[in-house]
Design a protein around this ligand. Structure first.
Ligand code: ADP
Length: 634
């Protein structure tokens, strides 16, 4: 067994690598900048975790999702691996202590959210660390051509300047050919180097269902396909409406969207994970980081914004490699709604400017100030205070984010933490002088380790049980100790944040380039266009369509999507159908023939050739011109 397999086995308990994991690890080990494309569930984390464990030093992991960051840190700590996370919801002293730990302690992983990379405190400390690798998760976020561009990702290139000899591993589950090139360029790859697995998902059957009555069709699907699944819809209100419709028809279902409180959300998610709820009807806020293997179907009730998001969301089905379905419900109304979707997403510049100014007043930011502030943000409160529609305000803020003015984070769920601000001796003297606190301090010391060297996560509920008091009493104790400067106490906080990247500008100085707005809008429209092409295609295998979109050359037909099934119904094997079509294409490109001549020229049984010709004509891949001469259009 080589070192990497030993590490995989020792810390993760896995005996073999998943496809491509080893190739990626070897590429990194030889010091090469590497871009790895692995589908969701392909095991991306292992590809930077294992090589870092095999080398001296710390691996910096850049990732935009704070919740996932925290999960990964926790899971590493459970395996006895030292890991830290730094993100914008943390106080300055927490960040300070965490960074010091990485400089002086033997930390193996430092997770950082991208907007922290540019801060002075981070850059200064990083210079003192021994970094062995920079891992960039969700690397497509660095590309303007991607579907989720985040300007702060561009700061990774600056980090590379500070750490010129450290290789970079970029990871993503979805990237078109343009984005693949762009990621390598923006991350300053020494030379191009891409490792990818095929994105083919053999057990996942793609279907597009053209229907005027989506509700009825959904019900039929769920009555036919057993097991649990996800129904995605774009609209929060519709999640509850569809869930009600399903429960009304005897199907166990619940709904989920980002507007629900975090406790409610985790409750709903857990019930679904455990199989107590069969179907979860959700917006795209659901699914990131959810590792449920036996999802049998993902139905899209509305069409998604891009094939990248479709592939990622649909790909949540069938991670256990068993037969599963990815179904898109579609009708003409979807196309009509697209225009509305585009204008909602790309508000007028005047509107963006109003939201920008209102934000400045909301937080009382003086003109010329505010750069670097991290602010708790409640979009509903903000919108109602300034009479904005919350969705419009959201997309205005998203535009300001894309322009680099600010960052809007997902909800940061910060658990309570404490750190002893005094040394052991001084603490002892305090305990002797303040007998009333002695028992409580002893309990803290018994329950949590590492409270002198850094912040430790605590649970007031647990402490209340142990002391036989209430959460409130425990809170009062902690606040008092904090006031007396014995501990630093950071109470739990759950809130999205706004981070101001630039100084507040007044109305006359505020400027947004119409060209960059237009370019983003065009790109969005073009991505949406690809989704329509996928949904309305009647000739191309769904799987091959998606694989082609992601740049795979000559993708094979899957043989079981709705389109392949229709071809199969002709009584021809996939191989026969394709062979006859290729022969037809060859002939009609070089000769002017009529259908019956074509049948004779083809070296196949006439009844089979006829079926294929008819199918190609029906689907406009062949057309007939003057004199019944057939022409290849496909
Ligand atoms: P991704 O980020 O690519 O979606 P993850 O890194 O979250 O994937 O891994 C998906 C799942 O696969 C996790 O549960 C992980 O523990 C598991 N996994 C990763 N590598 C292996 C392996 N070599 N053998 C078995 N399971 C693995």
């Amino acid at each position: 067994m080589n070192t990497y397999s030993q590490i995989l086995n020792r810390y993760w308990g896995y005996s073999v690598f998943k496809p491509m994991q080893e190739e990626i690890i070897s590429s990194i080990a030889s010091g090469k900048d590497t871009l790895a494309l692995l589908p969701t569930g392909g095991g991306k984390s292992i590809t930077f975790q294992v090589p870092s464990m095999a080398t001296e030093g710390t691996c910096i992991v850049v990732t935009p999702l704070i919740a996932l960051m925290r999960d990964q840190v926790e899971s590493l700590l459970k395996r006895g691996i030292k890991a830290q996370a730094i993100f914008s919801g943390m106080s300055r002293s927490e960040i300070d202590i965490s960074l010091d730990n990485c400089v002086y302690g033997s930390y193996k992983f430092l997770y950082v959210s991208p907007e922290r990379l540019g801060t002075e405190i981070f850059r200064e400390r990083v210079k003192k660390m021994k970094i062995n690798l920079i891992a960039v998760d969700e690397a497509h976020c660095i590309s303007q051509w991607g579907y989720d561009f985040r300007p702060s990702y561009l700061k990774i290139a600056e980090l590379r300047e500070i750490l010129p000899d450290v290789p970079v591993l970029a990871l993503t589950a979805t990237a078109t050919a343009d984005v693949v090139d762009d990621i390598q360029e923006k991350l300053h790859f020494a030379s191009p180097n891409v490792i990818r697995t095929s994105f083919e998902r053999k057990n996942l059957h793609y279907m597009v269902d053209v229907t005027e009555d989506k509700h009825r069709r959904l019900l039929e699907i769920l009555q036919k396909i057993p097991g649990s699944g996800i129904v995605y819809t774009r609209n929060r209100r519709k999640t509850s409406e569809i869930a009600r419709f399903l429960t009304g028809n005897g199907i166990s279902a619940d709904y989920y969207h980002a507007g629900l409180g975090s406790e409610t959300r985790s409750l709903k998610q857990n019930e679904w994970m455990k199989g107590k709820t069969r179907v979860i009807v959700a917006t795209n806020a659901f699914g990131m980081g959810i590792d449920k293997a036996d999802v049998r179907f993902v139905v899209h009730f509305d069409i998604p914004d891009s094939l990248e998001s479709y592939f990622q969301e649909a790909g949540r089905a069938g991670r256990d490699s068993r037969l599963s379905f990815a179904i898109l419900l579609y009708n003409d109304a979807d196309k009509v709604n697209a225009g509305k979707r585009v204008s909602l997403r790309f508000p007028e510049i005047e509107m963006i400017s109003q939201v920008y100014q209102a934000l400045g007043s909301y937080f009382s930011i003086p003109f010329g100030g505010g750069k670097g502030s991290v602010l708790d943000f409640n979009i509903n409160d903000f919108s109602s205070r300034y009479s904005f529609n919350a969705t419009t305000a959201y997309y205005c803020l998203k535009t300001l984010e894309a322009e680099g003015c600010l960052e809007l984070t997902d909800e940061v769920n910060n658990p309570s933490k404490i750190h002893f601000a005094v040394g052991r001796d001084e603490l002892y003297r305090f305990q002797v002088a303040n007998a009333a606190f002695d028992g409580f301090i002893k309990l803290l010391l018994r329950s949590y380790s590492g409270v002198f060297s850094g912040f430790a996560v605590i649970d007031e509920e647990f402490l209340a049980k142990k002391t036989g008091t209430s959460r409130d009493v425990v809170y009062q104790y902690l606040v008092r100790l904090n006031k007396m400067q014995i501990i630093q106490y950071i109470p739990q906080r759950k809130s999205p944040l706004i981070i101001m990247n630039t100084e507040r500008l007044d109305r006359n100085s505020f400027y947004i380039s119409t060209a960059s707005l237009k370019s983003r809008k065009d790109q969005y429209v073009s991505k949406l266009g690809s989704v329509y092409s996928y949904a309305s295609s009647t000739t191309q295998c769904r799987s091959a369509f998606l694989l082609g979109y992601f740049g795979e050359k000559d993708p094979a037909r899957c043989g079981h999507c709705d389109i392949c099934r229709k071809k199969n119904e002709m009584g021809l094997s996939r191989y026969e159908f394709d062979l006859i079509s290729v022969n037809i294409k060859d002939i009609v490109r070089h000769a002017n023939v009529q259908p019956d001549e074509l049948v004779q020229l083809l070296d196949h049984p006439p009844e089979k050739s006829l079926k294929v010709i008819r199918w190609l004509l029906d689907n406009a891949m062949l057309t007939q011109g003057p004199g019944n001469i057939v022409k290849w259009e496909g």
